[in-house]
Design a protein around this ligand. Structure first.
Ligand code: FAD
Length: 378
């Protein structure tokens, strides 16, 4: 019997394996992954520094333990190079493997920063545990870090670094942090709280080049101003890994296109997690991939189950000013109603009839999210 073949050992791949084993202990499952296959929780990467946790402390079960615990074959350091959907085989750098069902849980790549300059190759990005170990080595004994991008991950790293005592510059193209998700009043509150912690903001700016400069780097911005830092961290966003699927003839958009059963345009090939665009939406967060993994495990073990998401707020891990965001559905007509209190900001996205479509809460207002979710469900 050909196995279920899962590609990827991130939260999507390993959660799917666990969910399959909750339902079925006999179907052979093989998981291959390009990295070392050690289980870890990626969200911890952007708040481990101030908590004093090293990369080693974030590492969970080894691939051998995952294989033993979940009755699977786990092949670390095995990169899939090509997929043949007709012969139902994948080509890896360790040889060929056959599959009955193939699941792509490939994650996403950092968007290239595009900086010019002789130090462009020194700019770091943190997207997995190995990157985090390299980042920790790079900041050892240093004081000044420049962060490119004031989105979710950029803000989290800025908070973590500042809390750990680093002087942090954030270069951000938007007029306030997280500008695509939250209204200006909430953005200003977040920016002010991080500034109070030691973050210097460069709003409306992008970095153009980076050159070595007296033991560190000189980052030149688009207005000609310069930021000097000892480490430069890029957090300008991620893009789903679609190349393998595309080369195998599958439909891709922003992510690998899949329907609500997580099936791609190729028969018996499924996609979930950061690499997937499920029913038109790429949702690169943990909660959606947990819901997807549960549904897909049911489908793969004989009970076709369409993914159905509950309301899934995103919590931004910025302890200086925590933010909870439930974005309104794409394309809905409405606007923000913003209430600013001493402890935080409460912004409700309201439709024409005053119905709530989403919310943004900061600071102590985040405590209202459960009640608002109930209100939304009702
Ligand atoms: P990944 O974890 O990227 O796993 C992809 C896997 O595919 C890897 O094992 C890789 O080696 C493997 N792979 C790729 N290509 C190949 C190939 N060709 N052959 C074999 N293997 C391959 N979300 C939240 O909801 N809350 C948070 O607080 C939060 N914080 C975050 C903080 C940071 C710093 C980052 C970067 C993300 C954060 N996210 C957060 C997003 C969340 O972590 C991701 O949505 C989730 O971890 C994605 O899991 P994944 O398994 O889809 O991808």
């Amino acid at each position: 019997m050909q196995p279920i073949l899962i590609v990827g050992s991130g939260l999507a791949g390993y959660t799917l394996l666990k969910e399959i084993r909750k339902r079925d202990s006999t179907t052979p499952v093989t998981l291959v992954t390009a990295d070392d296959g050690v289980f870890y929780s990626k969200p911890n990467l952007s708040n481990a520094l101030a908590a004093g946790k090293s990369a080693a402390a974030l590492a969970g079960a080894s691939p051998e333990k995952m294989a033993a615990d979940f009755g699977a074959t786990v092949k670390p350091r095995t990169r899939v190079l090509a997929i043949d959907t007709t012969r139902r085989r994948v080509q890896t750098d360790q040889g060929e493997l056959g599959y009955g069902k193939l699941v792509l849980a490939l994650g996403a790549d950092p968007i290239p920063h595009g900086l010019s300059g002789s130090a462009a190759g020194d700019v770091l990005a943190v997207n997995d545990l190995a990157d985090y170990a390299a980042f920790r080595r790079a900041i050892e004994g240093k004081r000044r870090v420049a962060v490119l991008g004031g989105g979710l991950i950029g803000c989290e790293f800025a908070n973590d670094l500042a809390q750990a005592g680093f002087a942090v510059d954030v270069v951000h193209l938007g007029a306030w942090p997280l500008e695509r998700l939250i209204p200006p009043e909430a953005g200003e509150r977040l920016a002010d709280s991080l500034a109070a912690l030691g973050v210097t903001w460069h709003f409306g700016r992008s970095a153009k080049s980076v050159e070595p400069d007296a033991g560190g780097y000189r980052l030149v911005l688009d207005d000609g101003s310069a930021v000097v830092a000892e480490v430069v961290l890029s957090a300008i966003g991620l893009r789903p890994r679609v190349q393998l699927a595309q080369a195998a003839g599958m439909q891709v958009g922003r992510g690998i296109r899949a329907d609500r059963l997580l099936e791609t345009s190729a028969a018996d090939v499924y996609a979930l997690g950061d690499c997937a665009e499920v029913d038109g939406a790429n949702l690169p967060f943990v909660q959606p991939l947990l819901v997807q993994a549960r549904a897909l495990a049911a489908t793969l073990t004989g009970t076709p189950t369409a993914v159905a998401y509950p309301a899934m707020p995103v919590m931004v891990k910025t302890p200086a000013q925590p933010v909870a965001v439930l974005p309104p559905k794409a394309g809905v007509a409405g606007g923000w109603q913003v209430d600013c209190g001493e402890g935080g900001v409460c912004a409700l996205h309201l439709g024409k009839a005053g119905e709530m479509q989403g919310f943004v809460l900061t600071g102590s207002e985040t405590g209202r999210r459960t009640a608002l979710l109930k209100q939304l469900a009702a």
